[in-house]
Design a protein around this ligand. Structure first.
Ligand SMILES: [Zn+2]
Length: 295
């Protein structure tokens, strides 16, 4: 139902609606015309499907590449932080050694002092060195903790990176395969579409392209599905449904401007599918926005 909103008004230029009213289209063999139009829609939808299939994968590959780049940056940052913390540990351990040596030296001096003033002065100096040593020790503890924590995080991120790199490789292969697989099929479908287009009145074709380009799901010709327009799901009055089934004239959905054709076209298409190939079956992944509602 969301489709309805996305369809722009179709009352400018040649539309199915204007064709419906104008009677400028030869009404003879209307059923054949409608049939061709529906066949064209089916073929074009298959081409759309191929584009969709391919269309999402490059984006997914791009997303993965971005994510991997982000993870690599994160790893580099962590490695730098670990190195810095390790340097802090090493430097402070050296400092502690030097403080301890100084303390030893002062203690020896204190044992040989001549007066109280000298004694007090050396005691103060020793106290100062001890405090400095204590502070350095705290820094060692803190930085060591940082090293352990960051290393744990680093391991996690590295595992994550490995996983994502695997995903990327698979996606790239998938994309390659789809491109290879669908190239031939796409070419055949395009040729088929062009052949059908050649049979269709240019004005009908223009309207078809117009409606198609305005519809999000690129459906311009739809069947009646359970009493509703197969494009926008608006209810269709019973008499109109009968008219549609008769295929004697162009009938347009008054809500979305799509042309409505007999659902028996669809059944025939599916039944005698000898001419038209199956839609691309590759990559059973995310649903594409391509509509399958009429099927
Ligand atoms: Zn509709």
């Amino acid at each position: 139902m969301a489709t309805k909103k996305n369809i722009k008004p179709v009352d400018t230029g040649e539309t199915f609606t204007s064709l419906q009213i104008s009677k400028s289209i030869d009404q003879d063999s209307m059923e054949t015309k409608l049939r061709s139009l529906y066949k064209l829609q089916k073929t074009d939808s298959k081409i759309d499907g191929i584009y969709m299939l391919r269309g999402e994968l490059p984006l997914e590959v791009q997303d993965l590449e971005d994510e991997i780049m982000g993870l690599k940056t994160k790893i580099a940052t962590l490695q730098k932080e670990i190195k810095e913390a390790e340097e802090t540990v090493a430097k402070n351990k050296l400092d502690i050694q030097s403080f301890k040596a100084t303390i030893k030296k002062y203690e020896a001096q204190r044992n040989n002092v001549k007066n109280n003033r000298e004694f007090d002065s050396l005691s103060k100096e020793i106290e100062f060195q001890e405090l400095a040593s204590l502070r350095a020790d705290k820094r060692v503890t803190a930085a060591s903790k940082v090293v352990v924590e960051k290393k744990e995080t680093l391991e996690l991120v590295q595992a994550q990176l490995k996983g994502r790199e695997g995903d990327l490789e698979n996606k790239r292969k998938e994309l390659d395969n789809i491109a290879k697989e669908t190239e031939k099929e796409e070419a055949e479908l395009v040729k088929q579409s062009e052949e059908i287009q050649a049979e269709i009145d240019p004005r009908i074709l223009a309207a078809y392209e117009k409606v198609r380009s305005n519809a999000r799901n690129k459906m311009a010709v739809v069947t009646v599905v359970r009493g509703a327009c197969g494009g926008c799901f608006s209810k269709i009055p019973p008499q109109r449904q009968i008219d549609i089934e008769e295929s004697k004239k162009i009938i347009v959905c008054e809500y979305c401007g799509r042309i409505l054709v007999s659902s028996k076209f669809d059944e025939e298409e599916n039944g005698a599918a000898a001419v038209v190939e199956e839609a691309p079956k590759a990559a059973p992944k995310k649903k594409t926005t391509r509509t399958k509602k009429t099927e």
